[in-house]
Design a protein around this ligand. Structure first.
Ligand SMILES: Cc1cc2nc3c(=O)[nH]c(=O)nc-3n(C[C@H](O)[C@H](O)[C@H](O)COP(=O)(O)O)c2cc1C
Ligand SMILES: C=C(O[C@@H]1CC(C(=O)O)=C[C@@H](OP(=O)(O)O)[C@H]1O)C(=O)O
Length: 389
């Protein structure tokens, strides 16, 4: 599967074209809207999220609630667009050219503004921020919702939770089932499983906001029910753990990825890290532990996939950092755009989407991608062979 996205943060809409989705997958608008709504929630978001009520329009590739195998076009309109038509100057606007006084000439440290302006020769850095904005993650979540729907056909479940915000760490990351994680995180304003840490995280976000500052954190994505052997060791660009790492790093403001125990592996001997192999008649091969987060040799090993991503603090600060005006070259405080003070809970949903996408793509690479019924049969046959191996 592949997808492209297009659209500006304050333009009319975001669009994605998703290609390679098997035919005869039941896909309703609601499957996507519920993921879009999850992405909009979370303590610490700015005023923009009160303006938007993200809903998808499916304009191709789906008929009578089922996919046809043709490219699927997904559109999310920006409700805020009506306030930005003059500044954006996108057709069919027929007024004067954009008001030059609204030109952005003071780059924000930590955002794409200055590098993008230099690279593309934009003297108005709005041309950069409109596309570098994480508003684009709406349609990545929409594409991820399609991936999740594919995975759900084969009993593969995806969830995420927030494990750290602004230095406050969740202690109780124990959970019974993946449904338990899904339920408890939906009930939490910061998507955290530890209710003590949840309150401290909310306080940290409120404090950052009061101080005109921002904070980041760590999210964890879990994928359960994955067959053994997705991805491959035979070539670097077939390793599924590497693809997942790339997808997570591709999320705006993500600065690090861990698979399983990740960086902790540097501090422990092999005897405490590697997951011992067992076998029994009923279940076939299993692991006693899951330190390596479901991967060996770039392939899934049948254990749950466990991926962590680190999000840096939001760059736009109400207490701005020093910058330089690109017109006058004078030192200025950076431009203040309306902003989130913490978007880690929302980013967890984005992280889920991009991981689901990579896993679903690897699944279709292995088992075929034309008709959902053929894929089911292929998986059943494969799982039988693996069990009796
Ligand atoms: C869900 C989400 C919301 C974000 N909201 C903001 C925001 O309100 N203000 C801001 O300056 N950056 C925000 N960011 C981060 C910027 O988009 C990001 O830092 C920027 O694109 C530069 O990319 P980089 O941080 O990956 O280098 C957000 C990121 C995510 C994932
Ligand atoms: C719009 C979203 O996030 C935006 C991401 C973002 C950025 O710079 O990344 C800046 C803010 O945009 P605005 O200035 O319009 O408030 C966020 O609100 C969204 O997540 O849907």
């Amino acid at each position: 599967m592949r997808y492209l996205t297009a659209g500006e943060s304050h333009g009319p809409q975001l669009t994605t074209i998703v290609e390679g989705v098997p035919a005869h997958l039941t896909l309703e608008k609601q499957d996507i809207d519920q993921e879009l709504a999850r992405r909009q929630k979370g303590h610490g978001r700015g005023r923009r999220m009160q303006i938007e009520k993200d809903q998808v329009k499916i304009t191709s590739g789906v008929r009578h609630g089922g996919t046809t195998g043709a490219p699927i076009t997904l559109i999310v309109e920006n409700d805020d667009w009506k306030h930005w038509t003059e500044i954006m100057g996108i057709e069919p606007f027929e007024g004067e050219a954009s008001d030059v006084k609204r030109t952005i000439t003071r780059p924000r440290p930590g955002h794409a503004d200055l590098n993008g302006a230099l690279k593309y020769n934009h003297r108005d850095m709005r041309n950069v921020l409109e596309r570098s904005s994480a508003r684009e993650t709406t349609v990545r979540v929409a594409a991820g919702a399609v991936a999740k729907k594919i995975l759900s056909q084969f009993g593969i479940k995806v969830a995420s939770h927030v494990v750290e915000i602004g230095g406050v760490k969740a202690r109780d990351v124990n959970y019974e089932t993946i449904e338990d994680v899904q339920q408890r995180t939906e009930d939490s304003p910061v998507r955290c499983l530890d209710s003590d840490a949840e309150k401290k995280m909310m306080n940290a976000i409120d404090q950052a906001k009061e101080d005109g500052d921002s904070i980041g954190g760590v999210v964890e994505v879990l994928v359960e029910g994955v067959p053994v052997g997705l991805g491959s060791y035979v070539h670097y660009d077939k390793k599924l753990d590497a693809k997942i790492a790339g997808a997570v790093m591709g999320i705006n403001a993500f600065k690090g990825v861990e698979i399983g125990i990740g960086f902790e592996a540097a501090r422990k001997p092999g005897s405490e890290i590697h997951d011992e192999i067992t076998w029994d008649q009923e279940n076939g091969y299993k692991r006693k532990t899951n330190n390596l987060g479901g991967f060996e040799g770039g392939m899934t090993n049948g254990m749950p996939i466990v991926v962590k991503g680190v999000m840096k603090p939001i760059p736009t600060l109400y207490k701005p950092l020093q910058s330089v005006d690109i017109d006058t070259k004078e030192a200025f405080e950076a431009s203040i755009e309306r902003s989130d003070s913490c978007a880690v809970p929302a980013a967890a949903v984005v992280c889920e989407a991009v991981v689901a996408w990579e896993v679903a793509s690897a699944l279709l690479d292995k088992f075929g991608s034309d008709f959902i019924g053929d894929i089911k049969e292929n998986i059943e046959r494969y799982e039988e062979r693996v069990k009796n191996f």
